[in-house]
Ligand binder design. Structure first.
Ligand SMILES: Nc1ncnc2c1ncn2[C@@H]1O[C@H](COP(=O)(O)OP(=O)(O)OP(=O)(O)O)[C@@H](O)[C@H]1O
Length: 250
């Protein structure tokens, strides 16, 4: 399998602290990988490094064979919900179009091909009927669908999702997790952070456990059999509900 996302020996320092060290991680074409770890483990920092928004002090990050650099390679990114400026007075379709601005250049007007890409992205998250609504009027779940459509519009080879299910109702979670699995099957490399461990074990092809470095990676079922690994990584005891989740999945 060819790696679309490749991280080798990466260390990242923020505010004078070493937040990530010796991180190695590959995500291949066709793979949906869950990035799991406790609060503060460095998951968002790793995604921001993949996007080229943070520079590693050591190691290399390549996306589709090229060095990660902000804006250089189309890479779909769905940030945590609060990071979006939802109060901006523009419509759903205009927000999704901003996902193509990098490809388009700031000065060119969108053409037929771009509007078709926006249509397709809106259809995939089933909100074509909301296209002319101001984003500020949407519910949390509808906004998350807009964020996913925006990331999909440029048809990126890699998709990075930061806690995409937080605050969503079950039908929306189901729709999006089905969508992420089919995007992987179509040949994209998908990397998703989540605190929904049961969902990740069920839905991901592979899991990577992060706690400032990758402490384990492999098939969800294999990792679920090692309860000690999860207890150490999350700092929980034998009575934690986490162990019941692992037992059910192993
Ligand atoms: N700009 C910054 N300056 C200094 N430290 C930072 C900065 N951003 C993040 N950190 C620190 O880096 C560590 C990793 O943060 P990060 O947000 O990557 O964790 P996370 O695994 O995504 O956490 P969560 O599950 O809570 O979202 C934390 O200790 C955090 O305080």
């Amino acid at each position: 399998m060819s790696a679309v996302v490749s991280v080798e020996g990466v260390a990242v320092r923020l505010g004078g602290r070493l937040v990530l060290r010796d991180v190695d991680l590959d995500v291949a074409r066709g793979e949906l990988v869950g990035l799991i770890g406790p609060n503060g483990a460095g998951k968002t920092t790793l995604l921001r490094t993949l996007l080229g928004l943070l520079s590693p002090m050591r190691g290399t990050v390549t996306i589709a064979g090229r060095r990660a650099r902000a804006g250089a390679i189309p890479i779909g990114y769905v940030p945590q919900r609060h990071e979006f400026a939802w109060e901006f007075p523009i419509s759903v379709e205009q927000v999704v179009m901003t996902g193509l601005t990098g490809k388009l250049g700031l000065l060119r007007r969108p053409g037929v091909a771009e509007w078709r890409a926006v249509d397709e992205a809106l259809e995939r998250v089933r909100i074509a009927d909301l296209r002319t609504r101001p984003v500020g009027e949407l519910s949390g779940g509808q906004r998350q669908r807009v964020a996913v459509a925006r990331a999909l519009a440029p048809q990126p080879a890699a998709l990075l999702l930061d806690e995409p299910f937080t605050g969503l109702d079950m039908p929306t979670q189901d729709l999006l997790s089905e969508l992420f699995a089919s995007l992987a099957r179509e040949g994209r490399a998908v990397l998703m952070t989540t605190h929904d461990i049961a969902g990740a074990i069920h839905g991901c092809d592979r899991l990577a456990l992060l706690d400032r470095t990758i402490v384990a990676a492999g098939s969800p079922q294999r990792l679920a059999r090692d309860a000690g690994l999860w207890m150490r990584t999350f700092g929980v005891g034998e009575r934690s509900p986490l162990l019941r989740i692992l037992k059910a999945a192993a």
